[in-house]
Design a protein around this ligand. Sequence first.
Ligand code: GP9
Ligand code: MN
Length: 687
Amino acid sequence: MISDKKYRISNLLNTRLGFYLLAVLLFCIKTYIVYQTKFTLGVKGGLQEFILAINPIPAALLTFGVALYFSGRLSYWLMMIIDFLETVWIFANIVYYREFSDFLSLGIIKGSGNVQNNLGKSLAEIVHFSDFFIFIDILILIGLLVFKVIRVDAQPFKKRYALLLSGLSIILMVGEYGLANSDRTGLLTRTFDNNYIVKYLGLNEYAAFNAYQTQKESATRSHAKASDMDSILKYLDHSRAKPNPVYFGKEKGKNVFIIHLESFQQFLINYKVDGKEVTPHLNKFFRNRNTISFDNFYHQVAQGKTSDAEMMLENSLYGLPQGSAMVTYGSQNTYQAAPAILDQDGYTTAAFHGDVPSFWNRDSTYKSWGYQYFFSSQYYKTKPSYSVGYGLKDKIFFRDAANYIQQLPQPFYVKLITLTNHYPYLLDKQNTDFPATKTGDKTVDPYVQTAHYLDQAFAEFMNYLRKTGLMKNSVIVLYGDHYGISNNHRPAIAQLLHKKTITDYDLAQFQKVPFMIHATGLKGGINHTYGGEIDVLPTLLHLLGDKDNNTIQFGTDLLSRQHDQRVAFRNGDFVTPRYTKVGSNVYLTKTGKLLKPNSKQKAQIASIQNHVTTELSLSDRVIYGDLLRFYTPKGFKKVNRKDFTYQYTKGMEQLKQADQRRPTSIEAKNGNKSTMNLYKTDAPELK
Ligand code: GP9
Ligand code: MN
């Protein structure tokens, strides 16, 4: 009985199909082992585990199957060569991932010339002996053939069957994609993170998708010409807003904190649940006489969400109509972003975020933007209880960030991206001390609880700034990146806003997010100017005394008398002090009344629409064509990505050297003693 079975297996292995299936099986098993042991893909739940286990199969069947179209020995060798090449790709990714927590992309291989230059350690140091085990199956298969344990099947494999197998693999691939997309919608359109594509679709699919994207990107790039810049400059020269003398240069030389309030909407300010303020500290900050608080400020993001917000905030360029510009155009394009501008003014520049560095391609894009440091999740001690959702809990994040901030030479430009107030608004019991709302919508109700937690985390950080004196010599900029409650929750939104029904106008106004600028001595107050994320950079630069006569920025200074109050949404809708346009409807902004426009109004609306469409498409042209490579504003030095590395040990070394060269950090001024004793947090995890 047993020998009969053995006989059948060895018979099968002696056929071409049998050998092919064995090679595929071994390849899939090793890929899965690599997934589990060499990468941290963040697999959560049974479905994702299942997808991870099956995702190597369709591509392996398809690619190895190419060999079946050839006959005799050639077919076997071809199979081994394909196996070998794909294994080399895995190997290269293992090594690259160890250093960057990200996967290799063609842009990186092509663009930076040599990857090794950017590696923190030498290749010999980062290649581990165990990495070579992934070649073992190939050696075994070749051995089996050479020693004739498995015989080469000389009979031609029927083309029909080869075709059938190819077809089947493609169907499997599409099916697998469907399954993956049901767990994470927008996988390839919104792009997110290379880790996601590998986790859901596999390393080979990632390679193919990456090749496609890189190719698309370089096609538009190669069509663009230097003269394309002319129309953009002409447009911008027309629309620049002169600085307001009351504010221009008022905060020159101060440190800058950009605090990114995740998914934070304006309606939360002064909002109460059961008579209690959701965000008492932010409310106080909002009312502070040294805070300029905008209450008609809108997010303008599309699919790129956080990354779109970051793109607008630090470049004054719009995100793209589809996907994330940081992911697709972050590595290759030339930028003239806030960190680079301020670096050249003598600032230390650093971004802080408690998520993996690869998300939204930050680890690469930040180099193009000229960030000297990127303190991502790799820089923080972590325990399972320290994280929720995407990463570090805000209270722990702010405290750990402070530990690095105190070491940064001043003046510095620091961006802190919070995380806990992110869909689906998860928070453990011990951190939850605020009542949920009671709309009955499960995704909406805990929103105020994580917002409340964020408020407390923010307050702890502000206390530290006060105690260390940082508050006095810093500008603190707060903004909400985008909505937390999407438009799919109309009934719940109606309840939150105490309204019977919700119109499209209400939803448009629901896109307001906080924008506040605080500095000791700054003339504050509630400012009703209409504006959006695109306007932040010019506003901030004017406060710091940087004139923008020649920069490529699509926003205008919110404090300028010439500020443009027409706020464009990414889909072409808009809000102005007079009109709110959603789809084919126009409402009066003041009252929310649906407008039946007369001919004069029609002309006004058409003119605003024309402006909005032009502005969005010009901004897109800059990104698609990588036009900034053709134009460097006077006084600005082009960013060299190779100047930067965010790898942990390198980063720490660099920080130490910088502090020695220029001992202006808080810690240096404190006699080289840590100021962390001044940081008070009630985070239960740290007790
Ligand atoms: C992830 C975080 C969330 O790192 O910034 O991004 P989002 O989902 O808000 O775009
Ligand atoms: Mn976000």
